[in-house]
Design a protein. Structure first.
Ligand code: SF4
Ligand code: SF4
Ligand code: SF4
Length: 367
């Protein structure tokens, strides 16, 4: 326990330090918006200290052809709706809210420490978890909004390499913080802090058909889909193999399935809007489908699970081989931990504690 307390104290201090530094950096990056239709896109970008590609990216959400707009002639001569250009710039500014970001990161570090020190010490975790998930949806989603979030931290990092983001220090800090939050325990930020993950699990908890049709997705399928999507994202973003992707580049695949934007509804992409009911329905039967099939941060945090500070462990002397833990687990993680076929790269474990609660002999520890 002493080690855990020191770890959590250090985590909160590091988060406060890094997020205050980010606020300071962000303030210098995007101050008041300057807009005039006499300016060219390039001048607009310079005046507002944002990459021109970030503005073009915003404009191209509706029509990908807008990527090819001339950058050196006045906006009024471009033949595009001036309000759309203004909106694209406003959107960039809106996403950059240093005070909200600082508050959110600090609250996340305190919240995750509380979960580790208090909640995961309880024997009956299930009921508490339902409440904490709803709290995460409310605080980190409804109140504090879609941004920042773990998925964007990884997507924006790749966009940065493509010149579509212009704030390397802030993006690196954000990615570092989410990495730290994932190292506390297996998928810790995903499990207890992510607003979209918590929303999906809250839907999964609705006891429809008494969970008779709940389905545990074979891990190799979900991992393969996530990997294929991530590869497609890289190809379409950088235009790798120009012929393979039919000349498409600067296309951000995850933008179109960014369901985090339900916490910022007017920004939800058209595809995400129309497929949202599907996500809700599938979430009733499959545990966190977006996380298991789509989210690139899910993929990254799966790799981090191998070096996470805390993990689920079976104490062999106490185990009576009843397999109740395997039944209780919403994924295939416990099955593989129990069968001990391999030590690393096991199916995603969400640190949910369901196996600990199900075990009649307290043979499972979160070590
Ligand atoms: S995997 Fe799920 S919980 Fe983790 S960041 Fe993505 S959406 Fe959130
Ligand atoms: S029930 Fe499964 S996902 Fe949850 S903590 Fe146990 S092994 Fe991990
Ligand atoms: S529930 Fe506990 S006792 Fe039963 S198999 Fe799992 S670890 Fe062993």
């Amino acid at each position: 326990m002493k080690k855990t307390l020191i770890f959590c104290g250090a985590l909160i201090l590091v988060t406060v330090g890094l997020s205050v530094y980010m606020k300071w950096e962000e303030n210098g990056y995007k101050s008041d918006m300057q807009f005039s239709q006499e300016l060219s896109l390039k001048d607009l970008a310079v005046k507002n200290n944002v990459p021109v590609k970030e503005i073009l990216h915003g404009l191209s959400h509706k029509d990908h052809k807008l990527w090819d707009l001339p950058r050196n002639i006045p906006i009024k001569s471009l033949g595009v709706n001036i309000d759309e250009v203004r909106h694209a710039l406003e959107h960039i500014k809106e996403e950059s809210n240093p005070l909200r970001d600082v508050l959110k990161y600090i609250l996340w570090s305190i919240w995750l420490s509380f979960i580790l020190i208090v909640v995961l010490q309880q024997k009956r975790i299930k009921k508490i978890r339902i409440i904490t998930l709803l709290f995460s949806v409310f605080l980190f989603g409804v109140i504090l909004g879609a941004t920042p979030n773990p998925m964007e931290s990884i997507v924006k990092l790749f966009k940065l390499f493509n010149g579509m983001e212009g704030d390397p220090k802030v993006l690196a800090m954000s990615f570092l913080l989410f990495t730290l939050f994932s190292l506390i325990g297996s998928k810790f930020i995903c499990s207890w802090g992510c607003q979209l993950g918590a929303l999906q699990e809250s839907i999964f908890n609705i006891p429809i058909f008494k969970k008779k049709y709940a389905f545990k997705m074979p891990f190799f399928i979900s991992l393969s889909v996530r990997l294929v999507l991530f590869t497609a994202f890289i190809f379409l973003l950088f235009g790798i193999g120009y012929r393979v992707v039919h000349g498409i580049k600067n296309f951000v695949i995850y933008h179109h399935v960014n369901y985090f934007k339900i916490f910022n509804l007017h920004d939800l992409a058209t595809i995400a809007l129309y497929t949202l009911p599907i996500l809700f329905v599938v979430s009733l039967f499959i545990y966190r489908p977006f996380c298991q099939f789509i989210c690139p941060f899910g993929l990254y945090s799966w790799l981090l699970e191998n070096i996470a500070f805390k993990k689920i462990k079976i104490i062999e002397d106490k185990c009576i081989k009843c397999t109740k833990c395997v039944e209780a687990c919403p994924t295939q993680a416990m099955k593989e931990i129990y069968e001990k076929k391999r030590k690393h790269f096991l199916p995603d474990c969400w640190s949910c504690g369901a196996c600990m609660e199900a075990c009649p002999t307290d043979a499972i520890e979160y070590r």
